[in-house]
Write a protein that binds this ligand. Sequence first.
Ligand SMILES: *Cc1c(COP(=O)(O)O)cnc(C)c1O
Length: 473
Amino acid sequence: MNTNEFKKQAHQFVDWMAEYFESVEKLPVKAKVYPGEILEKLPLKPPAEAENMDEIFHDFKQIILPGMTHWQSPNFFAYFPANSSYPSVLAEMLTATLGAQCMIWETSPAAAELEERVMNWLIQMMGLPQEFEGVIQDTASTATLTALLTAREKASKFQINENGFEGNEKYRIYCSTETHSSVEKAVKIAGFGRNSLVKIEVDEEHKMKPGLLKEAISRDLNHGFQPLCIIATIGTTSTTAIDPLEEIAQISSEYKIWLHVDAALAGSALILPEFRWMINGVEKVDSFVFNPHKWLFTNFDCSAYFVRDAESLIKTLEILPEYLKTQSQGQVNDYRDWGVPLGRRFRALKLWFVIRNFGIKGLQEKLRYHLQLSQQLKEMIIKSDDFEIMAPVPLNTICFRYHPSVTNDSAQLDKMNEKLMHRLNESGKVYFTHTRLNGNYVIRFVIGQTQTTNKHVQKAWELIKETAEKLNN
Ligand SMILES: *Cc1c(COP(=O)(O)O)cnc(C)c1O
């Protein structure tokens, strides 16, 4: 491909991208394909000869697109959003063009310094402690692993890095039963073994019970275990429950245990002063992660990880082979030492574009709008005769189920709701996912996609009611 051809194609693609954003709400939200359907359409052998870009683009539209789930549809209410926005997409175009590998300061000084500045902007925007230092990671899973590794090294005086586990360590890590699965994964990867993870019961609002946390810690101490890390969740994945950070932080500081906060989705809401109560106690927190790629209009991937003690983080992960030695060492942030991979994408650029183009006010407006829509929907569900709210709605996730007066049998209700959700998803008009709360099958309605408006929520609610009425057909 030459420059002229590139220009021609790029313009055509941009037109297609704009049209896609305009019309994505008309596409089936969840891909309607059977397993292996796309694979069957792809040639078994790679092409020996050059293929024309028009043909490749044609196949993208014909083969790939129908097999995509449309996360940027305003009718996407599943999981948590992975939302994007125009400024974010524009930045990604530039990032791809520069194609920089930003592992250390020298390999792109602007990338390192922009990252430092933008992370500090987030600290200010979210009311995080000024002593925090931030770094962009690919995902919250990686950030949580990084936190556990740092806690491990600090506790072992950096001996596990040197000698590995001796075999007599008895570390314990604490989280709630509602904690994201990435914690268990990190515990396995960091070498603690899954049995070292203690899951604390939650209260009726699905928040960790700090009294039980304290009991578990003192029981473990009596049995010769070493409490290493507590993970508090601000906005759990099932229901966006908010663990009582202030009380948990009191316990972590009393016993001198590393306190990590997973605020993957809910961290974004901290740009709203009225939600800062969620991090009361943050002055005792050691590390904190949230995903701008979930609810801050910055396309996947972009996870913001903050630490109080950057020196320990670096000491845990640093490596310095001869070929990476530079003259700027020590004067600048070499982010390869702040995370697991050596190579790093230039992710700060899209975050910078988003923060500047929305402005703090624009971001706040969007979030408040989503939050308002969530409360409105909650009220409509409460008022309806045949539906019920299954968990508190502190943020943008509404857990509900269909519960007509004809039955109170929980197995039957589970079946009905499962059927209801599948019918809704099969309609292509909306996409929901479910969870289980106290054993009950519950549908989650998450309002966080960039383009979701009142109209989309109302239409989805009407569809839910209609579909439920026809459930026996
Ligand atoms: C989404 C989520 C995660 C995982 O995020 P990744 O960035 O995909 O690793 C972790 N914790 C919570 C609470 C989440 O909601």
